[in-house]
Ligand binder design. Structure first.
Ligand SMILES: *[C@@H]1O[C@H](CO)[C@@H](O)[C@H](O)[C@H]1NC(C)=O
Length: 242
């Protein structure tokens, strides 16, 4: 009974926007599920038990080492209201290459969100500031613009572009795993808050993944069709070698 419910949720994770995600993903999941048909799925039973055993449902204890399942829990008698309050969402320093600063309130900064499937960050964009094309593989994101004008958008895995100039008070959602960006489109600094459907959303920034490491230039050229001069120039700007 519980297991079939779980499978149903898994299969219908994105019922409203199936077109944003490539078919292959669904096909792989479908063939995995259909091979099991209606018979009890021992893999899921095992998986659920592991999750129940390992998942922390309380405040993260940042002083203990992080294990496979994330942080261990703080002893309940030591938890206070201050574990659920965070006062650190101050303006970040935007004196950097991208003229932008993200100040996170993720599990590492705000242990109270541990295990709750939610977190938030502050986004400061100086004039000309940009959060380059990036993805959070495990998390959807929602932005609310507090001050200024922000060009924001994402690209579906079918390469359709969803792009809009957001005004103060507008919100926009970026579905899980899809490449997206934010740019200050105004002539004053912009401020926004971004919340996530994960307490520790990972991030991968496309430009840094390509040009900010030691992946050999010839491999980048072969996989992106960029020429050597462009690749070397971008590696120079973004700190890559090779
Ligand atoms: C902001 O960062 C720049 C560059 O790293 C640094 O020079 C400057 O002192 C920082 N400003 C503040 C207020 O921390």
């Amino acid at each position: 009974e519980n297991i079939s419910k779980y499978q149903l949720q898994y299969a219908s994770k994105y019922p409203h926007f199936p077109h944003l995600y490539k078919r292959e993903t669904h096909t792989i999941q479908a063939s995995k599920d259909s091979s099991k048909d209606d018979s009890p799925n021992l893999f899921y039973v095992f998986f659920l038990i592991i999750i129940i055993i390992l998942q922390c449902i309380s405040v993260a204890d940042l002083k203990t080492p992080q294990g496979l399942a994330g942080y261990s829990c703080k002893k309940l008698e030591l938890v206070t209201v201050d574990d659920f309050v965070f006062s650190g969402l101050h303006a970040g320093n935007t004196s950097n290459l991208i003229k932008a600063a993200v100040t996170p309130a993720f599990t590492a900064q705000f242990p109270g969100v541990n295990g709750l499937g939610i977190s938030i960050a502050r986004l400061d964009l100086a004039v000309g500031g940009v959060v380059p094309m990036h993805t959070h593989p495990d998390s959807s994101e929602i932005i609310v613009v507090i001050q200024g004008i922000i060009d924001a958008g994402f690209v579906s895995s079918a390469n359709k572009v969803y792009f809009k100039t957001l005004k103060t008070g507008d919100i926009m959602v970026f579905p899980q795993g899809l490449l997206h960006f934010q740019i200050n489109a105004g002539t004053t600094p912009a401020l926004a808050y971004v919340s996530f459907s994960s307490p520790s959303p990972g991030v991968q920034i496309l430009d840094f993944a390509l040009f900010g490491n030691d992946l050999p230039s010839n491999i980048i050229e072969e996989t992106t069709f960029l020429d050597d001069a462009q690749v070397k120039k971008l590696k120079g700007v973004l700190g890559g070698t090779g």
